[in-house]
Design a protein around this ligand. Structure first.
Ligand SMILES: [Zn+2]
Length: 224
């Protein structure tokens, strides 16, 4: 009798170990290995946006340093604030990519092709306007259709921050058009950037909490 029972016990033990191994393998394995193909299209677009934001942030910082050299401190302040806002948006994109199991590859950066500061402001305004009108709403719609409201909200923050930047840049360019002076064309201005979502505001007109993510104004990054 004992000779018959022992193989059964061994067989049951082996089966149990196999089931436990399968269970652990499916639950311990990183989410990314299972999800990256599920969110493939969204990940491609998020990666593209993160790479754009990364490059823009670095290029705008170079524009800011150049404006400072030209003696255009107020324009330099605006450019530094925009650079920081885009750096925060880039980090949010990377967090979203990682939450979906993807991997972000930092792009190679090249030095910006320098023109005048007014041309830099116009260039930023144009490229952000183009991305706003032609690209980002497609990505937001896609992520909403896939049911991923977290990513859609983060992308909406990016878009809303870009719109604020476009309005501030248009105002700055309008002021520049009204003067032939090569000195600072912007009035003395301070800007605040929300450290969570990257919302850029004229500091005087910023709300007590970020209108996008409710972060307290005490945490805002100030540029002056
Ligand atoms: Zn915010």
């Amino acid at each position: 009798m004992k000779r018959i029972i022992t193989p059964f016990i061994v067989a049951i033990a082996v089966g149990a170990i196999a089931l436990i191994a399968v269970y652990l393998e499916s639950h311990i394995r990183p989410q990314g290995q299972r999800n990256d193909y599920l969110w493939y299209d969204t990940l491609q677009k998020l990666n593209n946006l993160a790479r754009i934001k990364h490059r823009q942030s670095l290029r705008y910082a170079q524009y800011a340093a150049y404006a400072e050299q030209e003696g255009l401190h107020n324009e330099a302040t605006l450019l530094r604030a925009i650079s920081q806002a885009d750096a925060i948006q880039c980090q949010n994109c990377i967090k979203a990519i990682e939450s979906l199991g993807g991997v972000h590859h930092v792009p190679i950066s090249v030095d910006a092709n320098m023109q005048t500061t007014r041309q830099h402001l116009q260039l930023i305004c144009d490229e952000k306007s183009q991305y706003h009108s032609e690209h980002i709403h497609h990505i937001i719609s896609q992520t909403l259709n896939e049911g991923n409201r977290y990513i859609a909200r983060m992308l909406t923050w990016c878009d809303a921050s870009d719109v604020e930047q476009i309005l501030i840049l248009r105002h700055a360019l309008q002021q520049a058009q009204n003067t032939e002076s090569k000195a600072d064309t912007l009035r003395q201005c301070q800007y605040s950037v929300c450290p969570v979502c990257g919302k850029l505001s004229d500091k005087e007109l910023s709300t007590f909490r970020c209108a996008h993510c409710m972060t307290s104004h005490e945490e805002f990054l100030i540029f002056k």
